[in-house]
Design a protein around this ligand. Sequence first.
Ligand code: ZN
Ligand code: ZN
Ligand code: FE
Length: 761
Amino acid sequence: MKKANKISVRGIVQGVGFRPFIYRLAREHGLTGTAGNNSNGVEIEIEGNPVSIQSFIRSIKESPPPLALIDAIESSDAEVKEYSDFTIIQSKENDERFTLISPDVTVCNDCLRELFDPGDKRYRYPFINCTNCGPRFTIIRDIPYDRPNTTMSAFRMCEACSREYNDPENRRFLAQPNACPDCGPALSLFDNRRKSVATNDPISLAVTLLSDGNVVAIKGLGGYHLACDALNEEAVSGLRSRKHRIEKPFAVMIPDLSWLDKIAAPSGEEIRFLNVKERPIVLMKRRKNSPVATAVAPNNNFLGIMLPYTPIHHLLLREAGRPLVMTSGNISDEPIAYTDEDAFDRLAGIADYFLTHDRNIHIRCDDSVGFVPEGKPVMLRRSRGYVPYPIPIDHHAEKAVLAVGGHLKNTFCLVQNKYAFLSHHIGDLENYETLRSLTDGVEYFKKLLTLTPGVVAYDMHPDYLSTRYALESDIPVKIPVQHHHAHIVSCMTEYGLDREVIGVAFDGTGYGSDGNIWGGEFIIATPADFRRFAHIAYFPLPGGETAIREPFRTGAALLFSVFGIEFGNLDLDLVKRIRAMHPDLLSLIPKMISQKINTPLTSAAGRLFDGVAALCGIRDKVNYEAQAAIEFQMCADESITNTYLYDLHRERTITQVRLDTMIGEIVKDLLEGKSASYISGAFHNTMASLIGEISESIREETGIGRVVLSGGVFQNELLVRKSITDLRRRKFDVYTHSKVPPNDGGLSLGQAVVAMHRVEK
Ligand code: ZN
Ligand code: ZN
Ligand code: FE
């Protein structure tokens, strides 16, 4: 009883090992037929025993390859053609109109086993890979995804490798980067004058150099890392000063999970997240008295930890037997170096040695970062391992949309059909290099996805380089999107929410519709529109950008708004410290505020955190973005249940949250000698209950019971936890980010979705 079926599988089923999967499945079920790609997905003709066919279809649905995303499977009866076996039809180029490019994939367990098997031909081969693992996104130059279109084109497969590549039964069937010691890339070691260091074992020598306290630049998947011994205080401090990175935490790579308990206090969910195939850096509470050098993350309770993800890392870490600092190969906030030329140019002053190789990186891609507040993983930077895997959206875009993101932590996003392709981490658009990285990145994605955007979405800030890039582009339809609306919609998109929500956007800075700097916003939002319901009352930011780097200015401004010019007579440490900096500052700051000299108004929660942190003596000037706020969070005493008072003022349709009373109470606490830990605890409580109370008043007026939290301030684990608890107690449905960062790294997704809805309106 032979039967035949024609099955079409739609969704993301190309470039993800789907056809080899179908091949093996058909073989297992004793079925014959063909599988090939077409413009919608994969088309299968299958024949044999009807029961086996049913089971075959069930297996496709139930256990597809990990990277596949199936939209629909349609099956219909077909004519029996008496196929004698099952074959894969190779695709023609014009068949593949919608090809998914896979992210780079962590080395798989099979390859790992071979890597450490002395009997294997790829024993200790640093470029081992197979169909299930290896570099993808970072080596692809063009589509279709075939070897000549990758940076592996420089290497000709040897006979043995070619045999594996052409054998459907082999794990390396159609594995484009397939290589072995006879035919593939190789490692080499250089000193920082680019003189080759002779050795037949670059890994072992690199490990020796690292344990001697040297800094080694290591070429990885998406760029160069700077590595040193994470247990060596002197080596880590040396790396810090050479890299001009003051105090911003470094990430650490550990050899295996056995190291975790020695240096951190992880929860089960954190361990699970550390282990996901994308291998992000996970921020975890560090263990006190851990052997990791303090200079790795000064004044920080958290440690960024990751596991090895390439064969090179596995070889290095296993031999080193201890954690290594692995931080991006750049100076300060420049983009990560990924070409050899650039690495030698820029990193020679930092690294003592270079462990490099001859497989080129086509596009830079930084490590991804996440953390686990409230038991659920949240991305803080979505890049290597995740990109360009799309985020499905519950809406069909008629025209392809490009969204260019914000200014800091820039990413861009392309939306086509029902998928949003959020880019890798581009960085802070503060120099030409990063802007180039954005424009090159956009061109690269357009090529990979074969799409031409008809709509471009951008931030309303007139001075952002991304805004200018959008306005100068030749994309016909241009749509400005308000910063905090974009934040809220990016989170809504994760959950497919398209009806009205209460959006709480707590953020560092973002251009408001009235020209002020917003960031303490309560909005009622749909994907197309928003209405501002409430915000933190504006306070001055004397010096603008300078106040962001020097939070003491914001602290002084908060005092001035409550106490007037008399604030200079308060017996507060902050006042004394300002006087010590310069006696004139105490009169200069009020003057700037009163005469509005370089003093924008802001409602930004992030700036409020900065100012209160300065008030409590945490930090007057910062070395990296949000440092004062982060350290203020770190010092909070969580056992405090006290909250401060605030006042709500309704002016026409907008409620203003006035914090004068709270500032007054904080000053009183300081004068009474209460600690920063106490004040931080009470301040966090206040912010959480503020979020709860205002959400409740919005619900009373509108009946909306869904609250969406977004914006950079929600990277604050303590605030997230307290806010969620408060909102749930009030019986709200609370939505927080998971796949997409709450910070500006997620902005472009929100922009794209807003623009999509606006175009249709
Ligand atoms: Zn593998
Ligand atoms: Zn070979
Ligand atoms: Fe923002």
